[in-house]
Write a protein that binds this ligand. Structure first.
Ligand SMILES: *Cc1c(COP(=O)(O)O)cnc(C)c1O
Length: 224
């Protein structure tokens, strides 16, 4: 028997997915359902619609996980040991990349772990991520010196309340994607941007990976 909650999540997810299909054009755009702080049943409901990519700040148990929280050096081993980890979206410097690379080797991880370099496109002090001017160097370092990692793209959170149709954070990350993909001669190099409030504009701007929480799962309970 399906509960009201289940129906709600399925309805929301179906709607978001239709919007993604309509707006992505010829681009590839992955929908990451941000399930942080939500109970396990919610994730189960979402998987019933075929959703396989989920984003968490905390340490999860299964599915195609995207780690989107701040990655602390002393947590790299734990993160590297999660078998179903699909992608770590929050590499915020050379040291962090080295730590995760080392951790992957230490835990004997199979295959290379996909990573995005998080870029602080808005230059806000409180935001994690490398400055836009360092993004190329960090990417180059990963490509050349971190064999356990697969450099897969860039990620930005961006400033709240930006003009959605001319969002400077989106413009910056797209510009960096083009530049770095070409300079490092990468076959695949994605850009992860867009959340509940602006994922439609992000898709129109060419996002490859949108991270949508509230629009699927509703408001979040306060962090414990
Ligand atoms: C929580 C979170 C999201 C989802 O935000 P919504 O506005 O609820 O869609 C996306 N990205 C990151 C990094 C987050 O921490």
């Amino acid at each position: 028997m399906s509960t009201e909650r289940e129906q709600q999540i399925i309805t929301n997810l179906t709607k978001v997915r239709q919007e993604v299909e309509e707006l992505k054009g010829s681009n590839t755009a992955r929908l990451v359902a941000v399930s942080k702080y939500m109970p396990a049943e919610d994730i189960e409901y979402a998987t019933k619609t075929g959703q396989t990519h989920f984003g968490e700040n905390y340490l999860p148990s299964s599915i195609d996980w995207h780690f989107i929280g701040h990655l602390q050096s002393n947590k790299c081993k734990t993160v590297a040991g999660i078998p179903n980890l699909f992608l770590v979206e929050t590499i915020d410097g050379i040291k962090k990349a080295d730590a995760l690379n080392k951790a992957c080797t230490a835990v004997g991880r199979q295959g290379r772990l996909k990573v995005y370099v998080q870029v602080n496109t808005s230059g806000e002090e409180a935001k994690s991520g490398v400055p836009a001017s360092d993004a190329l160097d960090v990417c180059k370092h990963i490509k050349e010196n971190c064999p356990a990692l697969e450099l897969y793209g860039l990620m930005t959170i961006g400033m709240k309340g930006r003009d959605a149709t001319h969002n400077p954070d989106f413009e910056k990350i797209v510009e960096l994607r083009t530049e770095i993909k070409s300079k490092l001669e990468l076959d695949v190099f994605e850009a992860s941007f867009g959340m509940s409030s602006d994922f439609k504009e992000a898709l129109l701007d060419g996002s490859n990976n949108i991270r949508v929480g509230t629009a699927i799962f509703g408001g979040r309970p306060p962090k414990a």
